[in-house]
Write a protein that binds this ligand. Structure first.
Ligand SMILES: [Mg+2]
Length: 357
C-alpha cells in the first residue's frame, strides 16, 4: 500500500520529457515535384486553383520560391509579382492526404503518443524510449524518405516549444536537438515571433517595449512585461523566452474539429450572401459530421477581411448535437456577431467539441 502511495507522490519531481517535432519540408510542393521531377530546382508555388489571376493564397512554396520572399498565406497575385517566373500549381488535397497517411504510418511506429498538427506536422512524446533520441530521429527521417521519397525535418527538445523551434533551426532536412542549456545561445537570437503564442499583434506590442528577439524578451522579465500585459500573459511570455513549456502532447483519437473555408473570387459585401454561403458550408460540414456519427458542441465562424485581418466568433451548446437547425442557429449567431459591412474575402465554418453520438 505504501509503495502505491509513493508512486503517486505529488511532491515527486516530474521525469524529464523528450519531445520530438516532425515537420515535412515544403510538403505540398514536394508531393507535386515527386510526380513532376522536371520542375525540380525551379520556383514552384502551390495554392488555390494554381492561377495567380484568380483569388487564392499560397499553400506551400519550394525553397527556390521562398528566396523571393514568398510564404504560406500570401495572395497568389502578390506571389506572381514577386516571382514572375514561378510555376503555379493547383492544390490537390487527395494526393497530399495519401502522402500524409504514409508519413503518419512511419510516425506511429516511433510512438503512440502522437499529436498531429495538420497533414505534415506532428509532435511525439518519446520519453518512454531508452534509445538515443537523435538516432530515433535519424531512422525516422530515413523511414519517411524510403516510404514517400519526401524529406522531413526533426526537432527534439524537453517540451513542444523547443522541439518545434529545433525542427525549424536547420530546415530543410534538419535534425536538431535543443537542451534547456542551449536556449541562450540558439534561441535568444531568434525573433519573438518564433515562439508559440506570439502572433503578429503580441509581436507589435512587444516591439513597442523594444523587444525584438527572444533574448530581449527574456531580459525584460515578467515584471517588465506586466506594464503592457496581464500578469498571466507576462508570465507565459517570460516562460517561453526561457524555453519553459508544460503543454502535454495531446494524443487525439477523434478529430478535434471539422470545417470548410471558402475564399471568394470577389470580396463579398452582402450579409445575405454570407448568410447563404455559411448555410451551404454548414450543410457540407454537417454531412461529414453525421457520416462519422459525431455530434458537435461548438460552432466557429471565421471571416477574413480584405486587409487580411481575420476574426472568429464561436458559440457553444451545453451538449454535442448533430441537429441541423440547432447548428444552423449557432452559425447565424456567430456570423451576425461579426461586422458584416466590411469587404470579406474568406468565410469559414467549423464544428468542434466533437463527440461520438
Ligand atoms: Mg511543413
Amino acid at each position: 500500500m505504501t509503495s502505491a502511495a509513493a508512486t503517486t507522490d505529488p511532491g515527486a519531481p516530474a521525469a524529464a520529457r523528450i519531445i520530438m517535432h516532425v515537420d515535412m519540408d515544403a510538403f505540398f510542393a514536394s508531393v507535386e515535384l515527386k510526380r513532376r521531377p522536371s520542375l525540380r530546382g525551379q520556383p514552384v508555388i502551390v495554392g488555390g486553383r494554381g492561377d495567380p489571376a484568380r483569388r487564392g493564397v499560397v499553400s506551400t512554396a519550394t525553397y527556390e520560391a521562398r528566396v523571393f520572399g514568398i510564404h504560406s498565406g500570401m495572395a497568389l497575385r502578390t506571389a506572381a509579382r514577386l516571382c514572375p517566373d514561378a510555376v503555379f500549381l493547383p492544390v490537390d488535397f487527395p494526393a497530399y492526404h495519401e502522402a500524409s497517411a504514409q508519413v503518419f504510418e512511419c510516425l506511429a511506429a516511433v510512438s503512440e503518443r502522437l499529436q498531429p498538427v495538420g497533414l505534415d506536422e506532428a509532435y511525439m512524446d518519446i520519453s518512454h524510449r531508452s534509445d538515443d533520441p537523435l538516432g530515433i530521429g535519424r531512422r525516422l527521417k530515413d523511414d519517411i524518405h524510403t516510404a514517400t521519397d519526401l524529406v522531413a525535418s526533426v526537432g527534439i527538445g524537453p517540451n513542444r516549444l523547443l522541439a518545434k523551434i529545433a525542427s525549424d533551426l536547420e530546415k530543410p532536412n534538419g535534425l536538431t536537438r535543443l537542451h534547456p542549456a542551449d536556449v541562450p545561445e540558439r534561441v535568444w537570437p531568434l525573433p519573438v515571433r518564433t515562439l508559440h503564442g506570439v502572433g503578429p499583434r503580441t509581436a507589435e506590442r512587444l516591439a513597442g517595449l523594444g523587444v525584438e528577439t527572444v533574448g530581449d524578451l527574456a531580459r525584460m522579465g515578467r515584471d517588465g512585461l506586466s506594464t503592457e500585459f496581464s500578469p498571466r500573459h507576462a508570465q507565459s511570455l517570460s516562460d517561453s523566452a526561457h524555453g519553459i513549456d508544460e503543454r502535454p502532447v495531446q494524443t487525439e483519437r477523434v478529430r478535434k474539429s471539422i470545417g470548410r473555408e471558402r475564399t471568394f473570387q470577389q470580396d463579398c459585401r452582402s450579409s445575405g450572401r454570407l448568410d447563404h454561403e455559411a448555410r451551404l458550408m454548414l450543410d457540407e460540414v454537417r454531412g461529414r459530421l453525421t457520416a462519422r456519427q459525431l455530434g458537435a458542441r461548438t460552432v466557429t465562424v471565421k471571416l477574413r477581411y480584405r486587409d487580411f485581418t481575420t476574426h472568429t466568433r464561436s458559440q457553444s451548446l451545453a451538449s454535442a448535437t448533430d441537429d441541423h437547425e440547432a447548428l444552423a442557429a449557432l452559425v447565424r449567431q456567430c456570423l451576425f456577431a461579426h461586422r458584416l459591412h466590411r469587404a470579406v474575402r474568406l468565410l469559414g465554418v467549423q464544428l468542434s467539441g466533437l463527440t461520438p453520438l
